[in-house]
Design a protein around this ligand. Sequence first.
Ligand code: URP
Ligand code: ZN
Ligand code: ZN
Length: 476
Amino acid sequence: MAFDTILRGGTIATASDTFACDIGIRDGRIAALGEKLGDAKDIVDVTGKLLLPGGIDSHVHIAQPSGPGIVMADDFALATRSAAFGGNTMVLPFAMQQKGESLREVVAAYHKKAEGRCYIDVSFHLIIADASDAVLGQELPALVHDGYTSFKVFMTYEGLALSDMEMLNVMSVARETGALVMVHAENYDAIRFLTDRLERAGKTAPHYHAASRPIPVEREATHRAISLAEIVDVPVMIVHVSNRAAMEEIRRAQQRGLKVYGETCPQYLLLTEKDLEGLNMEGTKYVCSPPPRDKESQQACWEGLQQGVFSLFSSDHCPFRYDDPQGKMNPKGRTSFRWVPNGIPGVETRLPILFSEGVSKGRITLNDFVALTSTNHAKTYGLYPRKGTIAVGGDADIAIWDPQRKVTISQSLMHGGSDYTPYEGIDVTGWPVSTMVRGQFVVRDGKLVGKENAGAYVARGKSDLARPAGTQTAGR
Ligand code: URP
Ligand code: ZN
Ligand code: ZN
């Protein structure tokens, strides 16, 4: 038998090309692209379907500690099952350090949580909360060497926010080791000042979350993060950008030739701060940071995607249950927006939303869609060309996509641990019907066929963005 599987009759789309072609898969890899490939154990008719590189969601939070009494809705099994149904073949969650913790021990603990519990492939970014000499001098460089080649720093959040000095020190390690720094850009002191003022005025309902972190909070921090990165001369990825002012900061930096990159997310294309005004506590369902803004900000985020200011479209999946004292409705959260856990589910809906709102509605091309949801993630985080494209020699990570299928997004269709989707009732055109990871179906014709231990941990190379020009990834 020439192949284990042949996908026959489909149309392949990569970040650069769209062409009708069969795919021959052997030993988990793409072994041939062509016509009349011969025989296989499993010949799958995919006539009328698109064959896309599996989605890579490079910004998800899974099983992270989220404060006293609060529990995330997904463990690794739930999150990766949900991701697979959404057409993803790999996710990159965070291994989050807390003050005083050893990074090595944190990484070991997250591996333990994920081990044998993933339906799709997984790799970890680090979150640096304790930028001590020992962490920056020893643990971090050693971890980068071992394939943890990206780390996120926070400019806000109690216990996570780094000072400018700490940011500079982390960025210096990234420069020395060739790692990529991801930045959550919001001004911590401004948020605390505004939150205190709102609470003193009795303004504690969920929608005041948006008022506590207005656009200047994000714009200022974005500008500062870019300036710090410029001072150190290191590439930087500004994550979950929500509005025009922050987007324009990134664009200006790019126009000045700086290696500054941007990511946006579905919530900034589809939600607005009005969603936080839901009756009773319904608004908590949309509490995330930065908060959803307004229609003009949505338009700006589209322009960022269309004009290449943003190279990544990620979910920032960070699910909590709504009707749950360990989730959005925790007793303290009822007293003030300050205590509502930040984050919303989205790993399963990211691809259908961008396909429908972007490709089906003519805002972006199919090839842009592939770049924004898969290829650029692989290049940015040291996975390309093993992941993120459909090419001979690469992993057979494939989403089989029905471009015509019309679906109304509903919680009843979701496969994660949350009890709501923020996108309830939104109509989409285009839906993933099957997802294959390294040649094995995880979801086939809408049914779960994969096993909870099918996903593997993938150690990563250096980011293409952190390499000197001319030394981009080549080969596996
Ligand atoms: O509200 C959000 N985005 N929660 C997830 C954590 C983060 O900052 O990305
Ligand atoms: Zn963040
Ligand atoms: Zn996040």
